[in-house]
Design a protein around this ligand. Structure first.
Ligand code: NAD
Ligand code: TDX
Length: 340
């Protein structure tokens, strides 16, 4: 079995590679990654010498390069994690999101059609459903919830999902899609809420909470997401969408206060800044389908997962210090410099 994992030098893709290499010693895993600002080879250093692993630096939009890799590797399965993934960056400049997230997806699927494949899996997001109101805790996203996007990021992911389903219906491509809620855990890039707050708190820097901090996200430990994808690519039904989430809704402000408490830092570091444009209020996944069909259930409770995650950032300062010492500083100034 050969699996091409795109975007495997990023947060979730790398965790997926670790999970697969450990669980399936007979599988060959080929990581295809462009190494954008969000991709880090140092993340993969523990598997680089594994004879069942190959890393290829490549853009999923590079049709010639992608076709050549398929000719070399004859993959059985492709799992597409490669994407521009940060909502704030998509608000700054949507263009690369359209290129990678939509065009890149179509190039990968064209290669799958040309060379044949057992399964193409698209890693999508709950953000394609838009948001839910705070005063309707009874509402959840199901696979039937209409796509209703807010940001250029989520619109590009929804466009890709529609293309994936179109390739299934039109060409019979054996596809599956997973739509997961917010992940957290090791190797999460420091631009995202949880790692940003941990790293800022450790340096006694201000903790910038957008708007009132009442927005709700549904957090899932990254390993649980990886296990869900593992199940879907092996047992999921072709042409189907599976929502992934653990019923763990939390307000941003409560997450940030919890991080302060765990790190023994004062809540006075918290500062409310200008809201994100078009900021989604609440995400909440109904995971009944993946539970009933594939037996998936989340294993890590948030209280344990957040402790493990904070400990990981304490134990792996080299990993994130290298990242925040580079171009990240310019990003931070642009995004937070005079955000009042
Ligand atoms: P990430 O930003 O940490 O990693 C993305 C990876 O893709 C990086 O290694 C980057 O170098 C690579 N990449 C970007 N453009 C590429 C291109 N053109 N060609 C090849 N490689 C390219 O993202 P993440 O948080 O790990 O998210 C992975 C996937 O999961 C994304 O598709 C995202 O939409 C989805 N998702 C993320 C979350 C979350 O909470 N992080 C939740 C649900 C779904
Ligand atoms: O500095 C911050 N302050 C703040 O209040 C940052 C970076 C974020 N926030 C808020 C915005 C959101 O309500 O925290 C919440 C989480 O923000 P992000 O970490 O940027 O995640 P989100 O926008 O929810 O999107 C994430 O989950 C769905 C991933 O980045 C996406 O790739 C995934 O599809």
């Amino acid at each position: 079995m050969t699996i091409i994992v795109t975007g495997g030098a990023g947060f979730i893709g790398s965790n997926f590679i670790f999970h697969m290499l450990k669980k399936y010693p007979g599988y060959r895993i080929v990581c295809l990654d462009k190494l954008t600002y969000a991709g880090n080879l140092s993340t993969l250093k523990g598997v680089m010498d594994n004879p069942n692993f190959r890393f290829v630096k490549l853009d999923i939009c590079d049709r010639e390069g992608v076709y050549k890799l398929f000719e070399e590797e004859h993959p059985d399965i492709v799992v597409n994690f490669a994407a521009e993934s940060h909502v704030d960056r998509s608000i700054e400049d949507p263009s690369i999101f359209l290129q990678t997230n939509i065009i890149g997806t179509s190039v990968l699927m064209d290669a799958c059609r040309k060379y044949g494949i057992k399964r193409y899996h698209q890693v999508s997001t709950d953000e394609v459903y838009g948001d839910l109101p705070l005063d309707r805790p009874d509402l959840f996203f199901t696979e039937e919830t209409p796509l209703h996007t807010s940001s250029p990021y989520s619109s590009s992911k929804a466009s890709a999902d529609l293309l994936v389903l179109a390739y299934h219906r039109t060409y019979g491509l054996p596809v599956t899609i997973s739509r997961c809620s917010n992940n957290y855990g090791p190797y999460h890039f420091p631009e995202k809420l949880i790692p940003l707050m941990i790293i800022n708190a450790l340096a006694d820097k201000l903790l910038p909470v957008y708007g009132t901090g009442e927005n709700v996200r549904d957090w899932l430990y990254v390993e649980d997401h990886c296990k869900a994808i593992d199940l879907i690519i092996h047992k999921g039904r072709e042409g189907e969408v599976y929502n992934v989430g653990g019923h763990n809704e939390m307000r941003n402000i409560d997450i940030v206060k919890l991080i302060c408490k765990q790190l023994d830092k004062p809540e006075s570091l918290i500062t409310f800044v200008a809201d994100r444009k078009g900021h989604d209020m609440r995400y909440a996944i109904d995971p009944t389908k993946i539970h009933n069909e594939l037996g998936w259930l989340p294993e890590t409770k948030f209280a344990d997962g957040i402790k493990k995650t904070i400990q990981w950032y304490l134990d792996n300062k080299d990993w994130w210090q290298e990242i925040i010492s580079g171009d990240y500083q310019n990003y931070y100034k642009r995004m937070y410099g005079d955000r009042k």
